[in-house]
Design a protein around this ligand. Structure first.
Ligand SMILES: Nc1ncnc2c1ncn2[C@@H]1O[C@H](COP(=O)(O)OP(=O)(O)OP(=O)(O)O)[C@@H](O)[C@H]1O
Ligand SMILES: [Mg+2]
Length: 146
């Protein structure tokens, strides 16, 4: 069966607008959701994560996971924040037990998800951030299966 895809596009004109949009977006999330953040260096993936966390009362200032690979924030839900950019190969993902983070109780936010997109469940939510026509513009496309 072919499931329909629902697409939403938002044009952001500042980091603050991205933060606010992500905060609103967070209200649509539910336990078990996996959000794949896709976009080049400095596109705004971490700012988007921050907006989600702020919207779900889970930490004010999340930073990209550095030493730990996975950050955990507790708010309305448990949120896992993973950055695939720091992961060398799929082996390393298996070693950290990534499947444990895809569960029905928590929300998982993955920066650079396209690096290992094949390991994500089919029904993940995609957030793609592209550069717009000037330094401050970003085109944010959200796709979810209905
Ligand atoms: N409309 C906008 N939305 C989001 N960020 C913006 C916008 N305009 C400019 N910026 C700037 O772009 C940068 C985005 O940084 P951020 O760390 O969120 O990117 P990232 O996609 O997580 O990068 P990385 O791939 O290194 O993890 C910030 O410096 C921010 O101020
Ligand atoms: Mg980042």
């Amino acid at each position: 069966m072919n499931s329909a895809v629902q697409t939403e596009i938002f044009i952001s004109r500042s980091p603050e607008e991205t933060l606010e949009f992500a905060k609103q977006f967070s209200q649509s999330l539910k336990a078990g959701d996996i959000v794949a953040l896709i976009g080049n260096l400095g596109s705004g993936k971490t700012i988007f994560v921050k907006g989600i966390c702020n919207g779900l009362n889970a930490g004010q200032n999340p930073l990209s996971p550095t030493f730990s690979i996975i950050n955990e924030y507790i708010g309305k839900y448990t949120i896992y924040h993973i950055d695939f950019y720091r992961i060398k190969d799929k082996e390393e993902l298996y070693d950290i037990g990534y499947e444990d983070y895809f569960n029905d109780e928590s929300i998982c936010l993955i920066e650079w998800a396209d690096m290992f997109i094949e390991i994500l469940p089919e029904d993940h939510i995609e957030v793609k951030i592209e550069f717009g026509s000037d330094d401050l513009e970003r085109v944010i496309t959200i796709q979810r299966k209905k």
